[in-house]
Design a protein around this ligand. Structure first.
Ligand SMILES: NC(=O)c1ccc[n+]([C@@H]2O[C@H](COP(=O)([O-])OP(=O)(O)OC[C@H]3O[C@@H](n4cnc5c(N)ncnc54)[C@H](O)[C@@H]3O)[C@@H](O)[C@H]2O)c1
Length: 250
């Protein structure tokens, strides 16, 4: 007898869904029965076409999620798409290497805004809908670089450290409403962002330091996202899962 896919009837917002982890996450959630709201600074129509190809509903919304006004502008469309939002995957991010001696305050603030403020703004936009149904799952993307001595990552690591703190604190405040909040730390991976920000040489060097010595891909974290956004994750919240080929040990 066929089993019902784990995410049937769920509506998931995935940020950074135009490419990289966000596309893979959107498609796997759709395969597991979810309808998808694909949000990105760039056009995410290709992701939504693929979601339709799987037989699920989807819409693409374009916004700079570091900007509160742009998040507010898409909130009506997110909540109106199916009348409810059940899952938020806060995945959008940038990971530029910056020399601390050159970094100015404007750039520091911009990197915080994209990687951390966006997660706060998106959670605020949809958590009221989760509270109405007494069920919600928020999954925030952090990074294994937090536990490593990686040079030139001060603003990024500060933001991702903030993501872990945000996850822990939000988990406590939303638990009474049936909403769990967890984070995932991927390793350096071969996404478009991984190629642009990290580059081939460092991707290979990081892979060599992992217990599992191959470069990470988006597929390597999607199982963790699916678990954390499912019914199976009802009693686990405020946690950070490291899905990085066994590099960082917590
Ligand atoms: N790939 C890696 O090596 C790696 C490692 C650890 C953690 N991460 C984290 O995983 C997440 C996804 O990474 P990825 O490798 O898929 O990156 P990616 O660059 O391939 O994709 C990120 C997506 O986010 C979107 N985005 C960027 N800024 C945005 C903004 N202001 N508003 C809306 N959308 C925006 C981009 O347009 C892009 O489509 C990020 O949070 C990143 O920090 C990635």
């Amino acid at each position: 007898m066929p089993t019902t896919p784990s995410h049937t009837g769920r509506v998931a917002v995935v940020t950074g869904a135009a490419g990289g982890f966000g596309t893979t996450i959107s498609l796997e959630l759709a395969r597991r029965g979810a309808d998808i709201i694909a949000v990105d600074l760039k056009a995410a129509e290709a992701t939504v076409s693929a979601v339709h190809g799987i037989g699920r509903k989807g819409i693409a919304l374009q916004a700079d999620l570091a900007d509160p006004e742009q998040v507010e502008a898409i909130t009506g469309d997110m909540l109106g798409f199916a009348g409810h939002v059940d899952i938020l995957v806060n995945n959008a991010g940038v990971f530029p290497f910056r020399d601390i001696w050159e970094l100015d305050f404007a750039e520091w603030k911009r990197i915080q805004a994209i990687n951390l403020d966006s997660q706060f703004l998106m959670a605020k936009a949809v958590m009221g809908s989760m509270r109405e149904s007494s069920w919600g799952r928020i999954v925030n993307l952090a990074s294994n670089s937090l536990g490593l001595a990686v040079p030139n990552m001060v603003p990024y690591m500060a933001a991702k450290g903030g993501v872990v703190g945000f996850t822990r604190a939000l988990a406590t405040d939303l638990a009474p409403h049936g909403i769990t909040v967890n984070a995932i730390c991927p390793t350096a991976s071969s996404t478009p962002g991984g190629q642009d920000f990290i580059g081939d040489e460092v991707l290979h060097a990081v892979a060599e330091m992992q217990a599992i010595k191959r470069i990470g891909t988006a597929t390597d974290i999607v199982g963790a996202v699916c678990f954390l956004s499912s019914d199976d994750c009802a009693f686990m919240t405020g946690q950070t899962i490291v899905a990085d080929g066994g590099l960082m040990r917590v």
